[in-house]
Design a protein around this ligand. Structure first.
Ligand SMILES: [Zn+2]
Length: 242
């Protein structure tokens, strides 16, 4: 495969565009290396490495290293990644409060249809997990990561979602809010935020104490009210009745 760059056209450009799509960066396959293909190539180069694990040069020119990295797409794909959805994400949706599962499946499918790739990194968090998280930076090593004691987070009731962007290849995530991996000149992070908000979810990025990966749907309950409901349950691991 020869070197291809801006304003080239032909069969090799067509192969390039097909490979970009296989790597999760969506471009039209028309055999013309225009500005959209150029943007897609630089987006790919920013997040991939050559055979010696050095970052690719971000120059929009497809030479031997970029070709090789593009062709390694099949080695990076993990089972469950693709238009059908990310296995971890689907499993975590199933842990949400029963009232939210169907809605988040719909949200996730809308996200996939918009050529956005995310991983839901957390949904339900048990009281024990919350206690461990709260201890971090206080009675246990590490940095403080939460202000919420067990029962004080909507995650404890399966009413919250945390997410990150899934990088091409499907096994690495990113919290970079400027990424535009679907190459439509809009930040993927904010596209995801818009979809959740459309379904009436509250975004942690709108709070004064920013929590950008976080969404919650509270049905008007405070965590204090939910805790009271939770204490009435016979089974500590059941979902509260709302
Ligand atoms: Zn959260």
């Amino acid at each position: 495969m020869g070197t291809v760059q801006l304003n080239n056209q032909g069969a090799e450009v067509r192969i390039l565009q097909e490979l970009l799509n296989l790597n999760g960066i969506i471009v039209t396959v028309d055999g013309m290396f225009g500005s959209k293909t150029y943007d897609a190539v630089t987006a790919f180069q920013k997040h991939h490495f050559d055979e010696n694990s050095n970052p690719l040069l971000v120059d929009g020119i497809v030479g031997p290293s970029t070709w090789k990295s593009l062709m390694a797409y099949d080695k990076r794909i993990t089972p469950g990644h693709g238009t059908t959805g990310d296995t971890y994400t689907l499993a975590r949706i199933d842990l949400l409060h029963p009232k939210l599962r169907e809605e988040v499946r719909k949200i996730y499918s809308e996200i996939l249809q918009s050529n956005l790739r995310i991983r839901i990194t957390d949904t339900l968090r048990s009281f024990d997990e919350q206690a461990r998280l709260y201890a971090q930076g206080r009675t246990a090593p590490g940095k403080i990561v939460t202000k919420a004691k067990p029962g004080q987070s909507y995650h404890n009731y399966g009413l919250a979602v945390d997410f990150a962007l899934l990088l091409p290849g499907g096994n690495k995530v990113s919290w970079d809010m400027d990424l535009d991996l679907n190459n439509n000149h809009k930040a993927d992070w904010l596209e995801v935020v818009a979809i959740f908000k459309h379904y009436g979810w509250t975004w942690g990025g709108d709070w004064s104490f920013k929590d950008y990966p976080h969404f919650e749907k509270t049905f008007g309950y405070t965590t204090h009210q939910l805790l009271t409901l939770h204490q009435c349950l016979n089974n500590n691991n059941a979902y509260v009745n709302i």
